[in-house]
Design a protein around this ligand. Structure first.
Ligand code: AMP
Ligand code: GLY
Length: 422
């Protein structure tokens, strides 16, 4: 089979490495991929948002199955466009990807179908939003409606910060049209859990849970990033919590999307907070998380391509989705200064014996050399019999990888280990 994977980060590298385990896979194209993914797939310089070019490429190259991994092409209708040309795909159509593409949509969906989430108000008029903030309890959470590269959420501790957030999103249009509407919501507390789930629109099969580390600095300090590291499983996500989530969140969400005529197929990501009042949805993503995928897929024992095709064909109920009884840890090596400004273009050295455990996110090739080319450069991932060992091994790999301005958090997994100790 000839596959096409849309996207070019660490998540896509993890997906491609896993897909290659299937013996029927002959060839994989990555659009655009990156310098590291080039070791595992043919990278073609077509942007993940250039839907027309992706579709034309897929038709010309006789692609048998396409995996659309990032949020923006999904929201833009990449799956719809490929399907219209007869190419089966993994991922939701645009009318279902809206569950991530519009926070106003997802909040209203949860309210309408009784799915637990933070209390909220929606505003399309900045004056009304500012008036509401005069009496809103603090801290308060302000979210741009649309996609904002993961930066559209502000947790305001003071009224001034809240006012600044509304002004920059709605008046200065920091995120363009994504800020035409905003959600202002209640601040929730509790451990966060990421649960990715395969679904064909009828059946939903959650993957092993995980924990992201979103802040740039140790101790959850510093700016919000795309994610500085992950562990799986997440120790806060007990069997009892999983059962509650299935009954009150996962199945109701799939049913709600069906009732709205927006059947969701692909990977649905539940960003959950385990509050004192039970699990609540912080956000939905219409795709695999990054870097959650880098710990979840190495633990997947069943065949990824078979599962993906089952989500497309509606046969997920009969398809095995089994995970190893083990722990995984991924430490992200970033360019120092990320997520603000940073330098790039430095040579990366990765010892050959650990190359299999490294997922490249931001790198380009220069002849035989691999040069840094992004904020998050790569992820060092280890699978082991205990969380403590997985963390140790991931750091042991990280220490053996070099580039000039490498930066990584030293405490990935620390919170999870503490939770395990009780
Ligand atoms: P997001 O960009 O939607 O992933 O949100 C970024 C982070 O903001 C989340 O991972 C949470 O840590 C935090 N967050 C979002 N909404 C809330 C909320 N209602 N209460 C507390 N924290 C929140
Ligand atoms: N790691 C969070 C995300 O993929 O959105």
């Amino acid at each position: 089979m000839k596959l096409l994977v849309v996207g070019g980060g660490g998540r896509e590298h993890a997906i491609i490495k896993k897909l290659k385990e299937n013996p029927t896979v002959d060839y994989i194209y990555a659009l655009p991929g990156n310098g590291g993914i080039a070791a595992d797939a043919e990278c073609v310089p077509i942007k993940a948002t250039d839907i027309d070019a992706i579709t034309a490429f897929a038709v010309e190259n006789g692609i048998d199955y396409a995996v659309v991994a990032p949020d923006d092409p999904l929201v833009l209708g990449c799956v719809d466009a490929l399907e219209a040309r007869g190419i089966p795909c993994f991922g939701p159509r645009a009318n279902a990807a809206i569950i991530e593409g519009s926070k106003v949509f997802s909040k209203n969906l949860m309210k309408r179908y009784g799915i637990p989430t933070a209390q909220y108000e929606v505003f399309d008029d900045p004056a009304q939003a500012l008036a509401y903030l005069e009496t809103a309890p603090l801290p308060t959470v302000i979210k741009a409606d649309g996609l904002a590269l993961g930066k559209g959420v502000v947790i305001a501790q003071t009224r001034e910060e809240a006012i600044d957030a509304v002004n920059s999103i709605m008046l200065d249009k920091k995120f363009g049209k994504s800020g035409d509407q905003i959600v202002i919501e209640e601040f929730l507390t509790g451990p966060e859990v990421s649960v990715l789930a395969f679904t064909d629109g009828k059946t939903i099969k959650p993957m092993v849970s995980s924990m992201d580390h979103k802040r740039a600095k140790d101790g959850d300090q510093g700016l919000n990033t795309g994610g500085m590291g992950t562990v799986a499983p997440n120790p806060y996500y007990t069997d009892a919590v999983a059962k509650t989530c299935m009954e009150t969140i996962f199945l109701p969400t799939i049913n709600a999307m069906n009732a709205e005529g927006r059947t969701f197929k692909g990977c649905l990501y539940f960003g959950l907070m385990l509050t004192p009042d039970g699990p609540k949805v912080i956000e939905y993503n219409c795709r695999f998380g990054d870097p959650e995928t880098q710990v979840v897929l190495p633990l997947l024992e069943s065949d990824l391509l078979t599962i993906m095709q089952a989500t497309t064909n509606g046969t997920l109920a009969e398809t095995e989705v089994r995970f190893k009884d083990a722990d995984a840890c991924c430490v992200i090596l970033a360019s120092d200064g990320y997520p603000a400004s940073y330098q790039k273009g430095f040579p990366i050295t990765i010892p050959a014996d650990v190359a299999d455990q490294v997922y490249i996110a931001g790198a380009k090739k220069d002849g035989d050399a691999l040069l840094t080319d992004g904020g998050r450069v790569l992820g060092a991932t280890a699978v082991a019999d205990t969380l403590a060992h997985a963390v140790q091994e991931a750091y042991a790999i990280a220490k053996r990888i070099h580039f000039e301005n490498a930066y990584y958090r030293r405490d990935i997994g620390a919170r999870a280990l503490k939770a395990k100790e009780g």
